[in-house]
Design a protein around this ligand. Sequence first.
Ligand code: FMN
Length: 210
Amino acid sequence: MVDMTTANLSASTLFSLDEDARAALFTAARSAVAFDDREVDPEIVVRAWDLAKFGPTSNNTQPLRVVVARSEAARAAVIDAAMPFNKPRLAQAPLILVAAHDDRFHDHHEIWAPGAPELGARFEANPEMRASLAHSGAMLALGYLVIALRAEGLALRPYGGFDKAALDASLMPEGWRSEVILGVGYPTAGDDQSGDRRGRIPAEIGIREL
Ligand SMILES: Cc1cc2nc3c(=O)[nH]c(=O)nc-3n(C[C@H](O)[C@H](O)[C@H](O)COP(=O)(O)O)c2cc1C
């Protein structure tokens, strides 16, 4: 049987992105405040979604949802809910997204667990477990989305400093609970608002081989 996950990859590309790709996704990518003037076509968010959706989630449940705050009213609702320090920063982003979790992600069990409706029923019966998994799963998937947006050539800054209850009430679809705002745009050489890159935990602290 052909292994579809590796069939199109040569041995040399399997685990080795080149240095430019590593820089674009990780080492040179910053949490941007200022952006190029170019508009961001929301279609590119769909493209990023179509990459990020392949990341692993707990039992394939996929609780991440994304609001594209495209209209002026939606943008204003997001900026209104932001902490004062974040408002002028967010206002500079050509496109604002709100990453959220879906409290009723289990309603889509036919997609994430075809033929196993009991999995959906288990989450229906246990709202606490559901809320915990929805939050942690969405945050994990948000990490994939950040990398995917960068892979599409975009820059972004995540924002946790906002009134979630207020934003949920003013903008979010029924059952979607906001997690993190993303200010998104094309990178600019003139972003002097991100400051110097601060320290990163080195592997000697972050990894223990036991
Ligand atoms: C969950 C989360 C919440 C954040 N909240 C804010 C925020 O409220 N305001 C802000 O300016 N930056 C915020 N940031 C951006 C971080 O400060 C930034 O990613 C970090 O300092 C690393 O910066 P760098 O990517 O430029 O190295 C947040 C980032 C994350 C992941």
